[in-house]
Ligand binder design. Structure first.
Ligand code: NDP
Length: 519
C-alpha cells in the first residue's frame, strides 16, 4: 500500500540489490545447494526426515516470537544523542552532568500501552516514552510516558487497571464498561482520565508529544545532598494531536502510522528533538510539603511553585537496522540510574524497580542486559555468570567469586548508597485514599483548557462513557462534579445528546452478572 509520506516499507534492503550474493548457509555454516525444493522420496513422494534445511528453517520459524510485552507491546525506536546545555552539577555528581557540552548516546522507544503488537498506533491511550542514556558510568534509563501522571497511585492496583484496558474475558473485546467501572471506583484516576480524553489523548505520531519521567526521582551532589526531581521532555517540533476522526481513519488505512512517521523523518534527516528540563524539590521541602504527597504519581508539581529548569537536549538521528534485535529486544529499567541519581518513596516507582527487570527476564531472558541494544557502553565487571543465551564470553577465565585474591573487581566506597532516612511510622497497609485529593489537579487541568478543548474532552468522554451501564455513568459524573461542576455539566450534556453507539461491543450489566462464576 502506498502512503502519503512515500514509504514503501523497504528500508535499506535496496542497498544490497547490486552486490554479488554470498553463498547461503545453514546455522552451522554449511553451504546450501537448493533452497527452493524439499528433499522428497521421489518427485511426488513425502519429505525425508533428513531434510536438515527444511527442519532447521521450520524450527527457527516456530521460535521467532518472544513473549509480547504485557504493556507497551506496540512500539518504535531510534538512536540519538543527549547533550547537556545547562549546568545542574550543583544537584548531581553524575559525570554526564559534570560539564555543559557533555554528550552521550541514547536509544529511545515510544509505544502505546494497552494494544497488542499489531494494534493501531493511533489508539486513544497514553504513550510510552523510554530513553536509555549510555553514560560513561553505566546506563541510565528514563522509563516514562507522554503524561506526567498515572491512573493509580498504589502499585497493588496496577494489574487490575491494565486488565480493564485489555480484553473482556468472554468476548475478547475491548470494553468501555470495564474501563469506566474501574475508573469510577478509583477516583484517583480522574486526573489521568482527563488527559487521556483531552486532545492530547491521541498524539500525532511520536515526534510531537511531551515526555515525562512521571515518577519523582532524586539527584545527589558530591556533598551527598539530595533533591527530588521530575523530568520533562518538550518537543522542539511542538505538540500536535490527531482528531478522533483522523485517528480512526488511520487505524484502518495505516495502523503503523507512528512507526512510519518516526522512521521516515529520521531517514530524511528531519531529526526530532526535545528540550529536557527538571523540576526540583528540596529534601526538607518534600518532607514538609502539605498540599499533596509529592511522591504521589497521580499528581504533578505545579510549574508556578516548581519551575522548569533547562538541562539539555535530546535528538534522535539514527534508525535501527533490525527491528527485532534493537527495538523488540530493547529493555528499559527504571532501576538503571547512575551515581549521583536515586529514587524516591513513590510507591509506583518502587514497584516498577522490581517489576521491570522481572518482566525482561521473563520476556527475553536472564542475560537481557548483554544484548547489544541494552548493554552498557562502559566496562561491566561483576560475578554474575551463566544462564540461558550467555553469548558474550561470560567474563572468560576471570574469577567468579568474591572476595578473591586474583585481581577480580572490588567495591569502591566512593559509590556507597546514600543512607535513606526513615520515619518512625509503623509498616502497615495504609489506605492510599485517605487524605488524598483526587479532584483539584484534574479540575485545574479542565479549567486551563479553552472552550473548544473542554467540549472536545467532554464529547470524547461521553462517546465512551455512554456505552456503559447508567449506574457507572452516574457514579463517574459525581467525580467530574467534584473536579469542576462545569466539567460534569458538559459531560452530561454530551451524554444526553449522544446517540448511544452499538452496545453490543460492551457487555452491559446484566450480561456481566450472568458471567460471574457460581458460588
Ligand atoms: P501550567 O499552566 O504552568 O502548565 C499547564 C501544563 O498543562 C503545561 O505543562 C501544558 O503542557 C499542560 N497541558 C496543556 N493541555 C494539556 C492536556 N490536554 N493534557 C495534558 N497536559 C496539558 O499549570 P500547572 O503546572 O499549575 O498545572 C496545572 C495543570 O496542568 C495540572 O493540574 C496538570 O493537570 C496540568 N499539567 C501540569 C504539568 C506540570 O508538570 N506542572 C505537566 C502537564 C500537565 P505544554 O507546556 O506542553 O503546553
Amino acid at each position: 500500500m502506498a502512503h502519503e509520506n512515500g514509504s514503501n516499507g523497504v528500508g535499506q534492503l535496496d542497498a544490497g540489490a547490486s552486490k554479488p550474493n554470498p553463498v547461503l548457509t545453514l546455522n552451522n555454516g554449511r553451504p546450501v545447494g537448493d533452497n527452493q525444493n524439499s528433499l522428497t522420496a521421489g518427485r511426488r513422494g513425502p519429505v525425508l526426515m533428513e531434510d536438515y534445511l527444511l527442519f532447521e528453517k521450520m524450527a527457527q520459524f516456530n521460535r521467532e516470537r518472544v513473549p509480547e510485552r504485557v504493556v507497551h507491546a506496540k512500539g518504535s525506536g531510534a538512536y540519538g544523542r543527549f547533550k547537556v546545555t545547562h549546568d545542574i552539577s550543583k544537584y548531581t555528581s553524575a559525570q554526564l552532568f559534570s560539564k555543559v557540552g557533555n554528550t552521550c548516546e541514547t536509544f529511545a522507544r515510544f509505544s502505546t500501552v494497552g494494544g497488542e503488537k499489531g494494534s493501531a498506533d493511533t489508539a486513544r491511550d497514553p504513550r510510552g516514552f523510554a530513553v536509555k542514556f549510555y553514560t560513561e558510568e553505566g546506563n541510565w534509563d528514563m522509563t516514562g510516558n507522554n503524561t506526567p501522571i498515572f491512573f493509580v497511585r498504589d502499585p497493588v492496583k496496577f494489574g487490575d487497571f491494565i486488565h480493564t484496558q485489555k480484553r473482556e474475558p468472554q468476548t475478547n473485546l475491548k470494553s468501555a464498561t470495564m474501563m469506566w467501572d474501574f475508573w469510577s471506583l478509583s477516583p484517583e484516576s480522574l486526573h489521568q482520565v482527563t488527559i487521556l480524553f483531552s486532545d492530547r489523548g491521541i498524539p500525532d505520531g511520536y515526534r510531537f508529544m511531551n515526555g515525562y519521567g512521571s515518577h519523582t526521582f532524586s539527584l545527589i551532589n558530591d556533598q551527598n545532598e539530595l533533591v527530588y526531581v521530575k523530568w520533562h521532555f518538550k518537543p522542539k517540533q511542538g505538540t500536535r494531536n490527531l482528531s478522533p476522526r483522523r485517528a480512526e481513519e488511520l487505524a484502518g488505512s495505516d495502523p503503523d502510522y507512528a512507526q512510519r512517521d518516526l522512521f521516515h523523518a529520521i531517514e530524511k534527516g528531519d531529526y526530532p528533538q526535545w528540550t529536557v528540563y527538571i523540576q526540583v524539590m528540596g529534601e526538607d521541602q518534600a518532607r514538609n510539603y502539605r498540599k499533596f504527597n509529592p511522591f504521589d504519581l497521580t499528581k504533578v508539581w505545579p510549574h508556578g511553585e516548581f519551575p522548569l529548569i533547562e538541562v539539555g537536549e535530546l535528538e534522535l538521528n539514527r534508525n535501527p537496522l533490525n527491528y527485532f534485535a534493537e527495538v523488540e529486544q530493547a529493555a528499559f529499567n527504571p532501576v538503571n540510574v547512575v551515581p549521583g541519581m536515586g529514587f524516591s518513596p513513590d510507591k509506583m516507582l518502587q514497584a516498577r524497580l522490581v517489576s521491570y527487570p522481572d518482566a525482561h527476564r521473563y520476556r527475553i531472558g536472564t542475560n537481557y542486559e548483554t544484548l547489544p541494544v541494552n548493554a552498557a557502553k562502559c566496562p561491566v565487571m561483576n560475578y554474575n555468570r551463566d544462564g540461558a543465551m550467555r553469548f558474550d564470553g561470560n567474563m572468560g577465565a576471570a574469577p567468579n567469586y568474591e572476595p578473591n585474591s586474583f585481581g577480580g573487581p572490588k567495591q569502591d566506597e566512593r559509590f556507597l548508597d546514600r543512607p535513606i532516612p526513615l520515619s518512625g511510622e509503623p509498616a502497615a497497609r495504609y489506605n492510599h485514599r485517605d487524605d488524598n485529593d483526587d479532584y483539584t489537579q484534574a479540575g485545574d487541568l479542565f479549567r486551563l483548557m479553552s472552550e473548544e478543548q473542554k467540549n472536545l474532552l467532554c464529547h470524547n468522554i461521553a462517546q465512551s462513557l455512554g456505552q456503559t451501564p447508567i449506574r457507572i455513568q452516574e457514579l463517574q459524573l459525581t467525580h467530574f462534579e467534584k473536579a469542576d461542576p462545569d466539567y460534569a455539566k458538559r459531560v452530561q450534556k454530551f451524554l444526553v445528546e449522544s446517540e448511544h453507539p452499538d452496545l453490543a461491543h460492551s457487555p452491559n450489566e446484566a450480561e456481566f452478572a450472568t458471567r460471574l462464576p457460581e458460588k
